[in-house]
Design a protein around this ligand. Structure first.
Ligand code: NAD
Length: 316
C-alpha cells in the first residue's frame, strides 16, 4: 500500500482515484469542487483541505487537471518557484491554486506525476522548475477507460521515477509506456491524437464520397477494413452506424471522445508544430475543421460526428 495525494477529481480524476482506492492504496484527495472531494471521501479517501495537504506525507502525488495553466499553478504555486518562460497555454491565471505549490509540499522522495493533457513546453517548464524528478503521464482511453481501469499512460521523465510509478499507474490503466525524458508523454499524446483526427476525417470523407457514388456503407467497410484503407477510425470507431455496432455513430454521436477535447488536443499539436517548425498541414486543416464543427453545434458530440458537417457542406 502506498500513500497517494490526488488533486483534480473531474470526469477522469475521480474514477482514477477510485481505482487507486480499490487497489488498496491510502489516497488523500483535493479538488476545488467540494462535492467531488465529498464523493471520494465517501468511497474511502481522505479529504484534504488544500492541494498541499493532499501532498503532505505522500509517496506519490498525482494531478489530473484541465490545462497547462492549472498544472503550473497547482504544482508551482502562485510564486512559480522561479520558473522561466511561459508557454501560451500557461498564460493567465484562471484557477485558484488551493494553497502552496504541490512540489514544495511533497516530501523529497515523493514521485510527482501529472496525468493532465497539456502542451509539451509547459510540461517541460514545470518539470524543470520543480527541480527534481517529475513525470508527465497523459492518458488515452477516456472516461470509460478511467472507470474500467484500462487507460493507456504515455510517460515522460527519468527512468528511475518511471520504475517507481509504474505499479501505481498500472492500478489505473492497462498499458503504461515510457516514452523518454520530460515532456515525451505529452509529445506522444499530441502526435497520436493529431494522427487520430486526420484518420477520422479521412474515414468520414471516404464514407461521404461513397454515399454520393451510391456505394453502401457496409460495402465500403467490408473492402477498406480488409485493404490498405484500414485504420482504427474505421474498424473500431466507424463514423457511420451499422458496421461497428458499439461506435458512437450508433447512438447519435453521444461521446465517446468529445469533439471539444479533440479540438483541444489538436490545438496543442499545432502549438507544438509552431514551436518546433514541424510541417503539419493536415493537422492544421483538422483543427480548422473541428473548430468549425464546434461553432456549428458539435460541442456535445463525439468527434466522429464531424461526418455530418462534411456531408452537408463539404467542410468548405
Ligand atoms: P474535468 O474538467 O472534468 O476535471 C478537472 C478537475 O480539475 C475539475 O474537477 C476541477 O475542479 C479541478 N481543478 C481545476 N483547477 C484546480 C485546482 N487549482 N486545484 C484543484 N482542482 C482543480 O476534466 P477531465 O475530463 O477530468 O480531464 C482532465 C484532463 O484529462 C484534461 O487535461 C483532459 O484533456 C484530459 N483527458 C480527458 C479525457 C476525457 O475523455 N475527459 C480523455 C483523455 C484525457
Amino acid at each position: 500500500m502506498a500513500r497517494i495525494g490526488f488533486v483534480g477529481l473531474g470526469n477522469m480524476g475521480a474514477p482514477m482515484a477510485r481505482n487507486l482506492l480499490k487497489a488498496g492504496h491510502d489516497v488523500a484527495v483535493f479538488d476545488l469542487q467540494a462535492s467531488a472531494v465529498v464523493a471520494l471521501a465517501e468511497a474511502g479517501a481522505r479529504a484534504a483541505a488544500a492541494s498541499a495537504d493532499a501532498a503532505a506525507g505522500a509517496d506519490f502525488v498525482v494531478t489530473m487537471l484541465p490545462a497547462g495553466r492549472h498544472v503550473r499553478e497547482v504544482w508551482l504555486g502562485s510564486g512559480g518557484m522561479g520558473s522561466g518562460g511561459v508557454g501560451s497555454e500557461g498564460m493567465g491565471s484562471g484557477s485558484k491554486g488551493g494553497g502552496a505549490g504541490l512540489a514544495a509540499a511533497a516530501g523529497p522522495d515523493a514521485v510527482l506525476i501529472d496525468c493532465s493533457t497539456i502542451d509539451v513546453a509547459t510540461a517541460r517548464e514545470v518539470a524543470a522548475a520543480v527541480g527534481r524528478p517529475m513525470l508527465d503521464a497523459p492518458v488515452s482511453g477516456g472516461v470509460m477507460g478511467a472507470e474500467a481501469g484500462t487507460l493507456t499512460f504515455m510517460v515522460g521523465g527519468p527512468a528511475d521515477a518511471f520504475g517507481r510509478a509504474e505499479p501505481i499507474l498500472a492500478a489505473m490503466g492497462r498499458t503504461v509506456v515510457h516514452c523518454g525524458e520530460a515532456g515525451a508523454g505529452q509529445a506522444a499524446k499530441v502526435c497520436n491524437n493529431m494522427l487520430l483526427a486526420i484518420s477520422m476525417i479521412g474515414t468520414c470523407e471516404a464514407f461521404v464520397l461513397a454515399e454520393r457514388l451510391g456505394l453502401s456503407h457496409q460495402a465500403l467497410f467490408d473492402v477498406a477494413s480488409r485493404s490498405s484503407g484500414q485504420c482504427w477510425s474505421l474498424t473500431t470507431y466507424c463514423p457511420v452506424p451499422g458496421p461497428v455496432p458499439n461506435s458512437p455513430a450508433n447512438r447519435d454521436y453521444r461521446p465517446g471522445f468529445a469533439a471539444a477535447l479533440m479540438a483541444k488536443d489538436l490545438g496543442l499539436s499545432q502549438q507544438a508544430a509552431r514551436e518546433t517548425g514541424a510541417g503539419t498541414p493536415l493537422g492544421a486543416a483538422s483543427l480548422a475543421l473541428y473548430e468549425r464543427f464546434l461553432a456549428a453545434g458539435g460541442e456535445g458530440k463525439d468527434f466522429s460526428g464531424i461526418i455530418a458537417m462534411l456531408r452537408e457542406d463539404g467542410g468548405t
